[in-house]
Structure formats: structure tokens, C-alpha cells
Design a protein around this ligand. Structure first.
Ligand code: CA
Length: 227
């Protein structure tokens, strides 16, 4: 689960990052509204923690723009403002929930879990291709009923390929959406290739039907193909 924290106070942002990482979330921090907006346009996040009072674009503006563009990533507003009208404005602008600072960290975690559970119901819980299944709830991957052990990155990579099955996935897309790196680079391409090779060994290695295909010069594609 990848969470974007948009918070200008460095100490608060750092504390959130540390706390959430300790709970096994992947965390990206943006310190300004502009950076937050940029991150949301280039990466894939499961959820956003959004501070309302930010320099430059404020939180409500970011939220309104996101929703206008059809980006439905769940947003939890974190703010020092406690006025009822602010709360209403936040929820009317498309926030999923609201938490007033200072808050207890366990409460934040509970709200995050609740929002993520709610969001999951609308998405497919299991991605399937041939006899390969990826289950989000249990984070398990099986092929022909046999379990395949994947690292977190391999799981995310496979998820991305499965969501785009039948389409070509470029290294550039993987840099952005799986590695969350803005610029494509040769060292990162190499890292991607190593991960693809490992994933392929685990997912396709022992099976007759290969599901991960290399499209020369372009990238990769998942689909059923006899070797
Ligand atoms: Ca602030």
C-alpha cells in the first residue's frame, strides 16, 4: 500500500512517514501542494494524507482539482483547523475522511485501514490470468493452486502487469508507476530487468505456458502464450 503524504511541516511529515513505514506502508512525502499534485499525476497511490494549510496551492484546491480530473484516490484530510465549515468544505470537495490535529497515531491508522477497506470493495479483489491468481486481501499469488512467494516489489510489479494484461508495459511506465521515480535511467532500467527476470523465474519458470512476454524494444506484456 502506497500512501502519499502532502504536509509542509517537516517534523510532522517525517513523523508520519516513520510511523506509517513501521506499519509496512510505502510512503512518499510532498512538502508543497505543487509537489503533491505532481506526485499524484505521475504515480499511483492507494491513498493521500492531505494537510489543508499548505504554501502555494492549499489542500482544498488540490483536492478539488484532483476530483475534477476524475482522480478518485481516497483522501484523508489532516488539519489543525477544527471549524465545522472547514470540515464540511473538505468533505464536499471530495475528501473521504477528516482528522483534526493533534491526533493519536492509532486513530490515524484505524481511519486509514477503514478507508482502504472501503476502497478495495470497488476494485477487483483478485486478478486472474490463465491459472495465475493474485489476491489483494491475502497478498497471495498462486499458479495452478500452488503458492508463489514474491517480495513486495515483485508483487507490485506483477499487479501492474496483470492490470495491464494484453497491453505493452514500457520500462518508463514501470519507472513511474511501480518504482515511483520521475526520470527513467539506465541503472533503473537494469533494476527493472533484474526484477522482471526474477518474477519470470517464479511465475513462468516451471510452467509450459509463459505469461510474461518481452516485446523487443518496447517493454513487456502479460498474456497467454505457449512457449
Ligand atoms: Ca500546514
Amino acid at each position: 500500500m502506497h500512501i502519499l503524504v502532502i504536509e509542509d511541516e517537516l517534523k510532522v511529515a517525517e513523523a508520519l512517514k516513520k510511523g506509517l513505514e513501521a506499519e509496512n506502508y510505502t510512503v512518499t512525502v510532498a512538502h508543497t501542494g505543487e509537489d503533491g499534485f505532481f506526485q499524484l499525476n505521475t504515480g499511483v497511490f492507494d491513498m493521500v494524507l492531505l494537510d489543508l494549510m499548505l504554501p502555494g496551492r492549499d489542500g482544498i484546491e488540490i483536492l478539488t482539482t484532483l476530483r475534477k480530473r476524475g482522480i478518485e484516490t481516497p483522501v484523508l484530510i489532516l488539519t489543525a483547523r477544527d471549524a465545522v465549515e472547514d470540515r464540511v468544505l473538505g468533505l464536499d470537495s471530495g475528501a473521504d475522511d477528516y482528522l483534526v490535529k493533534p491526533f493519536a497515531f492509532p486513530e490515524l491508522l484505524a481511519r486509514i485501514r477503514l478507508i482502504l477497506r472501503r476502497g478495495k470493495k470497488e476494485q477487483a479483489l483478485v486478478l486472474v490470468l490463465a491459472d495465475l491468481e493474485l489476491d489483494f486481501m491475502s497478498r497471495k499469488v498462486t499458479r495452478g493452486g500452488g503458492q508463489i512467494e514474491l517480495t513486495t516489489r515483485e508483487f507490485e510489479l506483477l499487479e501492474y502487469l496483470l492490470r495491464n494484461q494484453g497491453r505493452i508495459v514500457s520500462r518508463e511506465m514501470l519507472s513511474h508507476d511501480v518504482w515511483h521515480v520521475k526520470e527513467r535511467s539506465t541503472p533503473l532500467d537494469n533494476v527493472i530487468d533484474v526484477h522482471i527476470a526474477r518474477l519470470r523465474r517464479k511465475v513462468d519458470g516451471p510452467y509450459d505456458i509463459k505469461l510474461i512476454k518481452t516485446v523487443r524494444g518496447l517493454g513487456f506484456m502479460m498474456g497467454e502464450e505457449r512457449s
